[in-house]
Design a protein around this ligand. Structure first.
Ligand code: SOE
Length: 377
């Protein structure tokens, strides 16, 4: 089979991460689409790719493209992913899959009806030690679960001078911090434990009431000479969940926690052992036992579960991290296109599950009440 042809739509920070992973997985980036034709031309030149698309119609009409990576602001995901699927292209669509539950449902249904590969980068599933935690829980090492807790903290929006399209609900969706990063934690914890959250009680706070007017760029500094603009999306959120088997979970999410760059952390406490993972210390998995024993499992190709070893691509001591997760996710997406069945590949069904949780979290925060999520989809 020849090399897969790929289009990257959206050329901010995450578009560049997709591009690198696509190339490492052996694909050819045929073209890029961006926020304007001028930007697409500039990026096509900088990335040395053949085509600078003016719009999504040009992307999906390109016969050289078999896979479309949707890396745009969230409000465009539905239209872009739908156009690609309808044109028979496989899709990798950034999370959140869509800004409304109805849109996520429509995309998941469309993907299922086409039989095309449609994935969502819940990439923290690709840390080897996360796979190890999942394997040990599946093997019964923890026993019945007693408590799940954790947080996902960042600080890139701590400064009121920082702004970004994610802050604007018209572009990012009705939830910001929860949809952007709380969604990762929920996906990860449900996947690692095999449990589903069925009820939620959540609260949101906007702690920075005004931010410098946005330039529209990713990870911006303020527009020159711009004023301030009111913020309505949440900077921090707290949520309690109950799982289908009755385990209580608590999650704290923030984009304004100084010094926390990308600290996704979870701990799962069972009757026989506890297990904890920290994304900023992602080579190690902590396990604690009631007899005061501890185990630090270190990522490496020579030990642990089959999936841990499959994803441990570097020798121990040669740190693997976020970029490797992304690379492995994209490589597995392309394997699925080649009719393999890689384990744990997050699909549009997982994107829909996440959209349902986000929708229920928003409803709970608005109603100030426990709210049902349900096990499906
Ligand atoms: C910004 O908060 C961001 O890039 C998220 O959008 C990603 O999903 C997360 O993995 C890292 O932080």
């Amino acid at each position: 089979m020849g090399k897969l042809g790929v289009a990257i739509v959206g050329t901010g920070m995450i578009g560049a991460v997709h591009r690198r992973a696509a190339i490492l997985a052996g694909a050819v980036v045929r073209g890029v689409g961006a926020s304007s034709p001028e930007r697409a031309r500039d990026v096509a030149q900088a990335w040395d790719v053949a085509r600078a698309y003016r719009d999504i119609a040009e992307v999906v009409a390109d016969p050289q493209v078999q896979v479309v990576h949707v890396c745009t602001p969230n409000h465009l995901h539905r239209a872009m992913a739908q156009a690609a699927l309808e044109a028979g292209k496989h899709v990798v669509c950034e999370k959140p899959l869509a800004t409304t539950l109805d849109d996520a449902r429509a995309l998941a249904a469309l993907a299922a009806s086409t039989g095309l590969v449609a994935t969502v980068p819940f990439v923290y599933r690709y840390h080897p030690v996360v796979r190890e935690a999942r394997a040990r829980i599946a093997d019964g090492a923890l026993g019945p679960l007693r408590l799940i807790h954790g947080s996902y903290l960042q600080d890139w929006l701590l400064d009121p001078a920082s702004n970004n399209w994610r802050v604007d609900p018209a572009l990012g969706g009705a939830s910001r911090v929860f949809a952007d990063i709380g969604s990762h934690w929920c996906d990860l914890v449900e996947w690692v434990t095999g449990e589903r959250f069925v009820d939620v009680s959540a609260a949101f706070e906007t702690v920075i009431a005004e931010r410098a007017a946005a330039t529209g760029q990713s990870f911006t500094t303020p527009a020159a000479g711009g004023g301030m603009q009111a913020v309505s999306s949440e900077d921090v959120a707290a949520a309690m969940f109950k799982t289908g088997s009755g385990t209580l979970a608590s999650l704290t999410v923030s984009q304004v926690s100084a010094g926390r760059r990308n600290r996704l952390w979870f701990e799962i406490d069972g009757a026989r052992a506890s297990v904890a993972f920290d994304q900023e210390d992602s080579e190690r998995l902590w396990m604690g036992f009631p007899d005061q024993r501890e185990e630090i499992f270190v990522r490496g190709p020579g030990a642990g579960s089959a999936e841990q070893r499959r994803l441990a691509v570097l020798p121990a001591g040669h740190a693997q991290g976020y970029g490797h997760c992304f690379d492995a996710f994209v490589a597995d997406t392309y394997r699925a296109i080649a009719a393999e069945r890689p384990e744990g590949l997050p699909t549009f069904d997982d994107g829909l599950r996440s959209a349902l949780i986000v929708d229920r979290v928003i409803a709970s925060a608005r109603a100030r009440a426990w709210t049902a999520i349900g096990q499906a989809p």
